[in-house]
Design a binder for this molecule. Structure first.
Ligand SMILES: NC(=O)C1=CN([C@@H]2O[C@H](COP(=O)(O)OP(=O)(O)OC[C@H]3O[C@@H](n4cnc5c(N)ncnc54)[C@H](O)[C@@H]3O)[C@@H](O)[C@H]2O)C=CC1
Ligand SMILES: O=C(O)[C@H]1O[C@H](OP(=O)(O)OP(=O)(O)OC[C@H]2O[C@@H](n3ccc(=O)[nH]c3=O)[C@H](O)[C@@H]2O)[C@H](O)[C@@H](O)[C@@H]1O
Length: 453
């Protein structure tokens, strides 16, 4: 049993804190957002994540988990301190490390003995060294501080089981004391432990996300080519996915990847390379293909509807993927913004993310409580997020409610024959031959990065 402080009660911080408490540790979770801490103390989880709320309540009641805004007190009582604050994308594509720096400074100022400081946040190679020097600079005494990199691989929507049953745990340490403490902490989990130095561990996290994003952009590109050749990409996925070197996972074409991590982490890794004079053309293309997937979706509507001005599009799904209310960098939001720019009206529904989407989209989009309310009077429908409830969409009911007849299945979850049987037209991603040739005029320039030569 260890005494742990987790700094940052966001997605990763709260899941990490709760899971370490569940494993029997004494955990305090710190956030500088007082309202968030007050909410957590009252049992309110600031985002939607299946099974997390019950686990927070159980561990809070068992007094293994607490919340505070007092970082100094939390640092002093903990043996191990996890940094789990956000590292969002700066406008130049680099990771914004201001929150990590601020936390390192506060840890330094509060130091009163030896500590192990662990970065759970996704951070560029060399950040561990930066954290170490900031802590030392502000510490009141010459205390031994081991800085560890322990990246997190959980996915939103399955965060708790991903944390407790990981494929592997990666720990980057610079000394034996820290390594022993991390081995101890993760001993209850039945998972391989990959122990490296700090820099390698930082790189592993970016490489993992970049690889997964690459797989998605790869299959999206194959899907786009399938559309020109009248080949169904789903059969292609099955045909290549059985090869275990390729695998079936993360091979679903769609309207592009989104979320708070893939877009920012691919760009951050690219920028790490670019500033060392390696232009990272593959990473650049991964991001480019992803952005163009959004434009391609808008283009499909434009072509099929003969223009967008005055047309009404119903969008089902706003979150960047199912089982989350997170709309950060969601492709649905980017598509909606482009549809609005071209004069279309948008009606939308998400089972969980309507409120979060309203904050980003403002009053220009009509958000509805049910999927059937959203499709009422629409010229076309976009399935943007594959929530389970959308899989049983009644196409006959849609055909009656809609003004037009186009269904664009942005996640390939519908059977085209069923859609057509209801008198509707079906378009997916890589499943139906596109009208005309492949000459799509994309908005995204080939070189969009300011620092890319
Ligand atoms: N969201 C995800 O699924 C995953 C995220 N990550 C990485 O984990 C890190 C955290 O991501 P999220 O949890 O999504 O971020 P988030 O933005 O949801 O949460 C960050 C939290 O830190 C708090 N915070 C910021 N500055 C602070 C300070 N000085 N003192 C105390 N609290 C402070 C904020 O109030 C916020 O509650 C990022 O580096 C991200 O790339 C890694 C794996 C999965
Ligand atoms: O670093 C992170 O934050 C996390 O990023 C992703 O997790 P997450 O963003 O929660 O969601 P994913 O399930 O990976 O989906 C990301 C995006 O890719 C899209 N996707 C995924 C799989 C696929 O086959 N096709 C596809 O378009 C999803 O729709 C979604 O928009 C990684 O899967 C996690 O391992 C990692 O810890």
């Amino acid at each position: 049993m260890k005494s742990i402080a987790i700094i940052g009660a966001g997605y990763v911080g709260l899941v990490t804190a709760t899971c370490f408490a569940e494993l029997g540790n004494d955990v305090v979770c710190v956030d500088n957002n007082a309202a968030k801490v007050a909410g957590l103390e009252a049992g309110e989880i600031p985002f939607y994540e299946p099974s997390l709320a019950e686990m927070v309540t159980r561990n809070t009641q068992a007094k293994r988990l607490g919340f505070t805004t007092d970082i100094s007190a939390a640092v002093r009582r903990a043996e191990v301190i996890f940094i789990a604050v956000g590292t969002p994308m700066r406008s130049d594509g680099h990771a914004d490390l201001s929150a990590v720096r601020a936390v390192a400074r506060e840890i330094g100022l509060a130091l009163d003995g030896p500590k192990i400081v662990v970065s759970k946040s996704t951070v560029p190679v060399e950040t561990g060294e930066m954290i170490s020097s900031i802590i030392r600079e502000h510490a009141p005494g010459d205390y031994a501080v081991s800085v560890v990199s322990n990246p997190e691989f959980l996915r939103e929507g399955s965060a708790v089981s991903d944390f407790l049953k990981p494929d592997r745990v990666v720990v980057g340490c610079s000394d034996a004391t820290a390594e022993a403490a991390m081995r101890d902490l993760y001993a209850p989990l039945d998972a391989p432990l990959v122990v490296t130095d700090v820099r390698t561990s930082e790189m592993i996290k970016y490489a993992a996300n970049a690889f997964l994003a690459t797989k998605i952009s790869f299959i999206n590109e194959i899907a786009n080519i399938c559309e020109l050749l009248d080949v169904d990409v789903r059969a292609v996925c099955a045909g290549i996915g059985y090869d275990q070197r390729i695998g079936t996972k993360f091979l679903n074409p769609g309207i592009g990847y989104g979320g708070s991590c893939f877009p920012k982490d691919v760009r951050a890794l690219e920028q790490l390379a670019v500033e060392r004079d390696y232009p990272a053309p593959l990473l650049h293309s991964v991001e480019l293909v992803n952005r163009r997937q959004v434009e391609r979706t808008v283009m499909k509507f434009e072509r099929e509807l003969g223009g967008l001005n005055g047309k009404t599009i119903a969008v089902l799904g706003l979150a960047f993927k199912p089982n989350t209310d997170d709309v950060r960098d969601a492709p649905a939001i980017a598509i909606i913004q482009r549809l609005l720019d071209r004069g279309a009206k948008v009606r939308a529904h998400d089972p969980i993310a309507n409120a979060a989407a309203a904050q980003v989209l403002g009053p220009n989009v009509a958000l509805h409580d049910t999927m059937y309310d959203a499709v009422e009077g629409a010229d076309a429908l976009l399935l943007a997020t594959e929530w389970n409830e959308f899989r049983s969409l009644d196409f006959t009911r849609c055909a009656k409610a809609m003004r037009g007849d186009l269904i664009l299945d942005g996640r390939n979850i519908f059977e085209p024959e069923k859609v057509r049987a209801a008198g509707l037209r079906y378009l997916g991603v890589g499943r139906v031959k596109l009208r005309g040739k492949g000459s799509v005029v994309y908005e995204t320039p080939v070189s969009y990065s300011a620092t890319q030569s």
